[in-house]
Design a binder for this molecule. Sequence first.
Ligand code: HEM
Length: 429
Amino acid sequence: MRVSLICSATLFPLACFAFPAIKREISEDTLAQYAALAAKISREVEVKRGPTRRAFDADAQRISTTGEHAYVSPGPDDIRGPCPGLNTLANHGYISRTGVDSILAVTTAANEVFGMSLGLATFLSVYSGVMTGDITSFSIGGKPKSSLLGGLTSSLGLLGEGQGLSASHNRFECDASPTRADYNTGDPVSLNLAQFEQLVAMPKGPNGYDLTVMNQFRGAGFNRSIATNGHFFAGPFTHLAVNAAAYSFTYRFFGNWSAERPGEGYLDLETLKSFEGVIGEPGNFQWKQGRERFPENWHRRPIGDEYSLFSLMLDAVDAITTVPYVIAIGGNTGKPNTFTGVNVGDLTGGVFNAQTLLQGNNLACFAFQAVNLASPDILRGGLLGDLAQTAVQKLTEALGSIFATLNCPQLVKYDTSLFNAFPGAGSGL
Ligand code: HEM
């Protein structure tokens, strides 16, 4: 049977579950903003089914770094976290400089400033609101002061108090990241200078630190985690979707577009350093939290060629084609170099297997359905008011129409007991 994913992927059950109690309401105005965003997502799905080439338009693509969007280093109470893209947006006031903002604001900024499709930006934001925040807002780093969370459940997030992205290990933040160390090292949030040096030392591709580089670097990162982290865990969602995104986003969003290179961005060292908050030269790099900034005269992806969930899916398959061993799901069993793969057929009751994972949309279906099947636990205790439920429901329905186009086979079995062999798995996704 083929099913739509309308009620899939952790956030989508919000549209499908009945919530028993009302905690706090949102205003009609805010609801209208949600409805408008949902309508925009639906329109985007209709018009955008594949990659498009657009002419370079300097004025439309140049990102302002002056006036209200001047770089200001974060104050002592401002929060920053593991995502250099969100840190940059906050340092320039494209989202709240406090580091805590609504899913609407984060979605809009990621879309307008970096050229992330509304569907992808909404998915990432709503997922963060549900998993790490209070549903309609979240912290891009550590736990916020409760007064900053403007959302629905205040001190009662779905997972208890919203802890922020920094504390989302194995649900969002994951091991083997490009520039962040593994959770087991004690600091998966700060940029790791040794990893950054390794990235910078890679031979550059035709577009600088492009996907030819990032795919190889992903293979190296996977091997590094296997060789050094006894608690390394590679889950279906965090490894096949989030980890893939961390590598492709580096090039796809940080690359600088120009008239000289229409069609593709170029990511040089200075641009990479600027977005990652690094100063100095190879062998002598320095990093401090809060330094991430837009380079002067930087141009985003062309308007109308936004990077979507489908773009990510294509890049993820491309990465696995280049470094096939990164397709493995599993982990180390307590010591370095003990990586043991989970049999995808056993995990999914034979719906997916290693041979078919790269066919059609299976990779995305597997990664996102894994989140869905784990979600009833996650949603335990969720309390939404009527308007709030309607608001988030509008977004999840709009996202559902995107996932429906994947036409995924139904996953009825998902045997997470197979993860018990991995001490680093926790309740990982
Ligand atoms: C829209 C909402 C977004 C959310 C909720 C989000 C969240 C995250 C999280 C939790 C991570 C850590 C993943 C890991 O452990 O590897 C991450 C990594 C990353 N994100 Fe985002 N992100 C968002 C948007 C963006 C945007 C717009 C960009 C690009 C401009 C971006 C670029 C990156 C990159 C490059 C990494 C990898 C960092 C590394 O080197 O390890 N993200 N993001």
